[in-house]
Design a protein around this ligand. Sequence first.
Ligand SMILES: NC(=O)c1ccc[n+]([C@@H]2O[C@H](COP(=O)([O-])OP(=O)(O)OC[C@H]3O[C@@H](n4cnc5c(N)ncnc54)[C@H](O)[C@@H]3O)[C@@H](O)[C@H]2O)c1
Length: 447
Amino acid sequence: MKNRTSRRGFVKQSTLIAGGLAAMPLASKASFFNSDADDAIKVALVGCGGRGTGAAMQAMLSKQNVKLVAMADVFKDRLDKCYARLTDDDLSDSAGIAGNIKDKIAVPEENKFVGFDGYLKAIPLADVIILTTPPGFRPLHFEEAVKQGKHIFMEKPVATDPAGIKRVLDNAQIAKQKKLNVVVGLQRHYQNSYRELYKKYKDGLIGEFVSAQCWWNNDGVWMNERQAGQTEMEYQLRNWYYFNWICGDHIVEQHIHNIDVINWFKGGYPVKAQGMGGREVRKGKQYGEIFDHHYVEFQYADGSIMNSQCRHIKGTMSKVDEQIVGTKGTIFCGDMNIRDRKGNVTYQFAKEKENNPYQTEHDELFAAIAKGQYKFDDTENGAKSTMTSILGRLATYSGQVVEFDKALNSGLSLQPTRYAWDADMPLKPDANGLYPVAVPGETKFFS
Ligand SMILES: NC(=O)c1ccc[n+]([C@@H]2O[C@H](COP(=O)([O-])OP(=O)(O)OC[C@H]3O[C@@H](n4cnc5c(N)ncnc54)[C@H](O)[C@@H]3O)[C@@H](O)[C@H]2O)c1
């Protein structure tokens, strides 16, 4: 028999704790499945772009009784486009499934919030918050969702600067105390091949960790040209990939996936990094301040090394992958296999057993919430892997050896003093429309 109060009790418990009341016991494990509409797990989406649309779909497809009840975005056109996709008659093209999820999209006009404060209005309406804006806003939005006692799915990266990482780590402690499930979109942790390779690693198949390589090399990403009449804030938001306060550079925004895999298998985070990078082809004013290539040598406490490279240059070798070298063999993540020191395959993951990790993230998160379980606590790793990527950026921009703890505790913030359309942006273009770009050897962050 269904127990309607148990699951609601679990979801509401977070709100009660947020209001300062004592923690209640978690709901019983077998309490809740396939509830009726009144008991649906309510979801709010903050950041209605490409990933937000995908994550909302995956949440709705998670087999639990889930409804999207609120949406927030700074731009109305982005919110409207997302809503149109979510209420499409046929999701074959966008989600690869025949049929639709229209009956799960319950967002009346008054629950669509446009503007910088939209998150403040959307979060109270839901049990679970999906945070999928560009990463510069994540610390602020995460803090509010935790304050309000919500379960959270948030995309990587979880910040763009050390001050943001500190804020996320501080709130991670509160989320833990409140027993809020938090899944971070580092989806390789939810991918069958990686999970199996990790098990084999823990079983000792490659022996001791010696070193690792990882890559995110490809052609690059989208770019949006400046439009007449845009304030500097609006331009930077529309073209967010190219500004560090909101994106973090591609070493943070994309390459974090690979860096995080190495941290995961290593079971820790580097203590320092040094590297090199620059802009060979990304020279125009439309490309803000980010580099187009980075090569970083990260060093762990025991002296072992992770070599990381990421590049956005058309016509060069493409490779997105990770490789972990041990005393007895090597893990090749892309090939989903392990080889001994002579090159013989000692383990091969069966490719037909691969899953869609983006869907699994939501399947597992919503199943836990539906059962009243506190199961996911991804925040600290998400924050420290993001910090590792930021460390890499600080190393390539400065050309110096940068220590993890020193950088983390530096207080360095890239954020504007306020989020508003007329905000005085920390990074401004010169008379030719060009932005200042880091120069290794000259750029300094802290002594
Ligand atoms: N895990 C993955 O493989 C994966 C894949 C793609 C993107 N992502 C991550 O998802 C996030 C979003 O990326 P995207 O590709 O969807 O970008 P996007 O530009 O398509 O979407 C971002 C949306 O957030 C909105 N937004 C910006 N600032 C906001 C604010 N303050 N409040 C509310 N809305 C705001 C934008 O208007 C836009 O609609 C990034 O952190 C990105 O790294 C992860």
